[in-house]
Design a protein around this ligand. Structure first.
Ligand code: KIV
Length: 254
């Protein structure tokens, strides 16, 4: 049975940790799915790791849809979530509805994720959920706001921690099915996880969340740079470079 939203919500109650990773192409998506990843996110970080941009801002809705279609072809079991890219949902609720609608019509996504909290995103999320589109929230470090907040830890002071907690509760009230917590102190992430009824998925947010996500290119050692909290499980950059050097040598020595 493919993993459903209801399933991950049940896992929160059962305290069964949720393992999530990102994917941007068919080959990797297929491997992640076969290996038993519960949730696969077509994250807008693909702007950097797959398309070579400096941040997530340039990636378009068409880019996200194209990558999500490829990932979808490789996924049989994992819950497939697709990120809404910068400016595809912030200008108006109507535009958000159209952008999200395209993702659901043109890909196999079973949920979308968007960044931001109270007050900006609450009405938009409420509307999306009302018409049947499941939404995952994303608070803390929100990379689409890099030029305003940088890539620093968020919620490190009592006031900002309170603000993130307030945003999380408002997003739950608007109808999110899960919440991504990025780069916030572990004690704050644990508190949010205990206080809200939907699963929290953390990245750089400590062990107290209901699940964890990392960018697959970081886990596999394919990134040029990776955040300090991202554990590299294998160094594929070296492995691939060595294999390709060997191939070149074989061709040239023939
Ligand atoms: O785009 C992305 O990869 C993300 C990460 C925080 C998982 O949203």
């Amino acid at each position: 049975m493919p993993v459903s939203i209801a399933q991950i919500q049940k896992w929160k109650q059962q305290k069964k940790p949720i393992a999530a990773l990102t994917a941007s192409d068919y080959a990797i998506a297929k491997l992640l799915d076969k290996a038993g990843v519960d949730m696969i996110l077509v994250g807008d970080s693909l702007a950097m790791v797959a398309l070579g941009y400096k941040n997530t801002l340039p990636v378009t809705l068409d880019d996200m849809i194209r990558h999500a279609q490829a990932v979808g072809r490789g996924v049989d079991n994992a819950l497939l979530i697709v990120d809404m890219p910068f400016l595809s949902y912030q200008v108006s609720t109507e535009e958000a509805m159209r952008s999200a609608g395209r993702i659901f019509k043109e890909t196999d996504a079973r949920g979308i994720k968007l960044e931001g909290g109270y007050p900006d995103m609450v009405e938009t999320i409420r509307k999306l959920v009302q018409v049947g589109m499941p939404v995952m929230g994303h608070v803390g470090l929100t990379p689409q706001s890099v030029h305003r907040i940088g890539y620093r830890v968020q919620g490190g002071t009592p006031d900002t921690a309170e603000e993130i907690l307030h945003q999380s509760k408002a997003l739950v009230e608007a109808g999110i099915f899960a919440l991504l917590l990025e780069n916030i102190p572990a004690d704050l992430a644990t508190k949010i996880t205990e206080l809200i009824p939907v699963p929290t998925i953390g990245i750089g947010a400590g062990q107290g969340c209901d699940g964890q996500i990392l960018v697959t290119h970081d886990v596999l050692g394919l990134s040029d740079w990776q955040p300090p909290f991202a554990r590299k499980y294998v160094d594929l950059q070296s492995t691939i470079t060595e294999a390709v050097k060997q191939y070149c040598q074989d061709v040239r020595n023939h």
